[in-house]
Design a protein around this ligand. Structure first.
Ligand SMILES: O=C(O)CCC(=O)C(=O)O
Ligand SMILES: [Fe+2]
Length: 326
């Protein structure tokens, strides 16, 4: 099976996929290999894929890892037919209730805006974490898409790490990222009026957690610039402490230290054109990404004029995060 490369070695598209391919063992195995070989980004396209069912999608997602079964609090209406498929988008039911999760991110004006901007904190480049345990990845399937906007951006955190100079690589191997849900929310709230920032109680219940800045992929053995995304509150030497005050202020209020400088250099680097793919959706498309070696970001669209509906399956939390280079 031959895929169409999306940006050099990063990302691979399989075209003319039929629904029956998705349950074919050979196809599944080859798709998995292409996914791994191309930096953890695989897209499938084919006319028949608009007919994908919830069961079909769950069955396909199992190629890449076990499916996350934790219920998501308060999202019952947003799950497809009581399954573990989360609806994303701006759609509503007959009673006008939101039945999909929607975040207000700006539309991309031009491709140069894919690169992380350290002033606006856009786009919101992230991995789907949610807790101290990173997830393997996610599977996203397009049901409806606006005529423009609503793309998803992907960055190759593995190759980006490889391209850093040896001294920087060495330094990063000795560091860890302090991350917090509060930090991610605070960044989004900068441009989403009314975005629910965590209450002091919720904050206390979701304390900052630590991840290696460089994650060694447990299956490919390849290191990736992992601890670097919208939840990152600070980069510190492994085991170093960080004060609550520093956590609160970092990056957003003009603090300047070495850790800030690293973050400000690295995230725009990883999200530059050399390492990124912009996926413009067609109905039926399925994209699978690996959270351990890619970053991604959603872009906005005219949500007053158009509808977007995506289905997402989250793959199970990974185990045994290795912190040292093999
Ligand atoms: O809607 C999208 O384009 C991506 C949303 C996202 O970040 C996710 O599903 O994890
Ligand atoms: Fe995401």
């Amino acid at each position: 099976m031959q895929g169409v490369p999306l940006n050099g070695e990063f990302g691979c598209l399989i075209e003319d996929v039929r629904l029956s391919d998705l349950s074919d063992p050979d196809f599944r195995q080859q798709a998995f290999s292409l996914w791994q070989k191309h930096g953890g980004l695989l897209a499938l396209r084919g006319d028949e894929l608009t007919g994908l069912t919830a069961d079909g999608m769950l069955n396909w997602a199992e190629v890449f890892g076990a499916i996350e079964v934790r219920p998501i609090a308060g999202r019952d209406l947003m799950m497809v037919d009581g399954t573990q498929i989360l609806r994303i988008g701006n759609i509503r039911d007959e009673q006008g209730r939101a039945i999909a999760q929607q975040s207000d991110v700006p539309a991309l004006k031009n491709d140069a805006d894919m690169r992380y901007d350290t002033t606006t904190h856009r786009p919101v480049w992230h991995t789907d974490i949610g807790s101290a345990t990173p997830t393997i990845g996610s599977v996203l399937h397009c049901r409806q898409t606006p005529p423009s906007g609503g793309e998803t951006l992907f960055a190759d955190a593995g190759t980006a790490f490889e391209r850093l100079d040896a001294a920087t690589r060495e330094k990063l191997l000795g560091m860890e990222a302090v991350m917090s849900q509060a930090h991610h929310d605070k960044k989004i709230s900068l441009y989403t009026p009314g975005y629910p920032v965590l209450t002091p109680e919720e904050r206390a219940a979701n304390p900052p957690y630590r991840q290696p800045v460089v994650l060694i992929h447990p299956e490919t053995g390849k290191p990736a610039l992992y601890g670097l995304n919208s939840s990152t509150a600070a980069l510190v030497p492994k085991g170093a402490t960080i004060s609550q005050e520093q956590l609160d202020l970092w990056d957003l209020e003009g603090v300047e230290d070495e850790s800030v400088a690293l973050y400000r250099n690295l995230l725009p680097f990883v999200t530059g054109p050399e390492f990124t793919v912009k996926w413009s959706w067609s109905p039926g498309d399925i994209v699978v990404w690996d959270n351990r070696c890619t970053l991604h970001a959603a872009t906005g669209f005219d949500s007053d004029a158009h509808q977007r509906e995506m289905w997402r399956v989250t793959l199970h939390a990974m185990e045994n995060v290795k912190e040292e280079a093999a």
